[in-house]
Design a protein around this ligand. Sequence first.
Ligand SMILES: Nc1ncnc2c1ncn2[C@@H]1O[C@H](COP(=O)(O)OP(=O)(O)OP(=O)(O)O)[C@@H](O)[C@H]1O
Ligand SMILES: [Mg+2]
Length: 644
Amino acid sequence: MIRISNVSHRFGERLLFSDLNWAVPPGSKVGLVGSNGAGKTTLLRALTGSFALDSGTVETGRNKKIGYLPQDLMELPDMELLAFLRRRTGLAAVEDELSLCTDRMASLPPDSPDHDRAVALHDTLMKRYEALDGYIFEAMAGKVLKGLGFSDDDLTKPTGAFSGGWKMRIHLAGLLLAAPDILLLDEPTNHLDSESMEWLEGWLSAFRGIMVAVSHDRRFLDRLCTSVAELYNGKITLYSGNFSAYLEERERRLEELRKTRRLQQGEISRMEDFIRRFRYKASKASSVQSRVKRLEKMSLVEIEEESKRVSFRFPPCTRAGLEVLALNDGEKRYGDHSVFQNATLTIQRGEKIALVGVNGAGKSTLSRILAGREPLSSGTLRLGHQVTLGFYSQESSENLDYDRTVWQTLSSRNPAWTEQDKRNLLGAFLFSGEDIHKPVSILSGGEKSRLALLKLLLEEANFLILDEPTNHLDMQTRDLFQRALLEYDGTLVIVSHDRYFLDNLATKVVEIARGSLREYPGNYSEFIEKRKSFLPPEETGGPERNEPGNQRDQKRIEAERRNDLYRKKKIVLDRLEPLEERIENLETLQEQRDALLADPLFLSDSAKTSALLIERNEAARELEELLLLWEELVSEMNRIEKTG
Ligand SMILES: Nc1ncnc2c1ncn2[C@@H]1O[C@H](COP(=O)(O)OP(=O)(O)OP(=O)(O)O)[C@@H](O)[C@H]1O
Ligand SMILES: [Mg+2]
């Protein structure tokens, strides 16, 4: 159980949490959502105890082990991967204690009280060892690491040999293996490819503890979460059901809010009108006064959507030559590992290219090379006439100067931009007021990404290479950015896991697989289709691998399908069962009410009767809603059974 009570916290003028209350029941999986800078990371940190709040209490239960995955990339102590995991999970410490305890037992006379105490300690330690699956640790670690995309060779490599994204996976593996009671995950899918993501989803759906995950990834949230907690305006609002259900319910509530606001505005203008007309009439003085007071006290209905609706455009850029980039017979090697070879690619002015491939295929390496940040091992790379290049990667936001403020970060850029231009742009990127003077070090994940993208925009490049630019961005900023890229008149190469984002943007797909490049004209969906016919059957990934004769694959696919079906059904069942219980309870109560209402003795008490009638009507309304939901869930279950 997590219980957060009456929490408030202020950063300067900004009230981040305002009397926030939130309870997470045991076994629930909650998606924590909210726009960039809403305070999600801060709230998770408060739960881990590493962030002190101004007021309020946070309880996570006594002796509960918390596993926390931070949003920012982190460094790891340099040691062999498996040794690190042993240490990270606490197993190494238990092993050390066990060996000390065994030595002590051997050195003490049997039957002495000290010996007995050592034996008792040994027993306790053994229990801890078993709880951490000490006997099968290597097998378990192997399974988790494999699921997260590591190869067998990786197990013995030092942690320092891995890049930032992989370090995050190592950390995640450590968390999963440490048998936590509560998992707090801050954007866990940001560094995962779709295969590892599926694996993680499977692992998490079997996890029995509490999970709170911050994510902007709709698919991930949909498949895992049984409820959604929205952080907005310093408070948490709970929505039961998965993320899609949350979006619908939220739209309904917004509609309700808009209605309330319309009513409120009508009320305000009536009061203002009254005040204007009667302000000099002595006979109405007290009525005018009371309206003035009411107006002052009135808390206005605020609607998030509308307060944030802004847009921006990339400035028109200078025209580059027709051929923007030519890569000829390129090869990249790290030691004796070749990332790609014989790579040839020409990019024409105005093309919008999606660069895709599984994790580790070399997308980031290739984009760094195309951007001139890293040399080729052999081959040539040439930029076209008058090409000005802008490059964005995860590191761009990590590499911002943490001591500078937002404003200072932009001030050294293009002098052609006036102060007002910059302020407007900052506003479009949702930095306003106090935010402008914040140092980069305190910005939230999304705010850092936004600032790095904004910095890029000021470079007025006519050729952009963007590696995972939408990680950390909330939905609104993502849409805003996508619209701007659609109108961008330069050339674009973009790496992203976000299919929806790619599909709308790309005019051509370049796939990097097994060390070679392949080009597919058309958008991302067309690429998925074409890829099936283009590749020999054994090279295609996914269901198309299901060729006759390839029985092992077929079995695996069948097993995956069954697992998937089970998982999908489980998600629905988890909602259905408590719902049925609730409906049953309500129906029983309703029957009891009806019995009372049929009782002439009871009917003689009119106050009681009308109270009961109100209760009965409310319950009837609730029942109706629950039954509707129940029908939806049942038909969803039928659909899953039919179509898988
Ligand atoms: N020490 C600080 N002083 C002032 N403001 C701060 C400080 N630390 C964080 N903030 C601000 O508090 C807000 C909440 O930050 P937090 O990292 O919790 O947001 P978030 O919801 O996780 O956002 P994102 O989706 O971008 O990760 C941000 O606007 C951030 O700039
Ligand atoms: Mg955050």
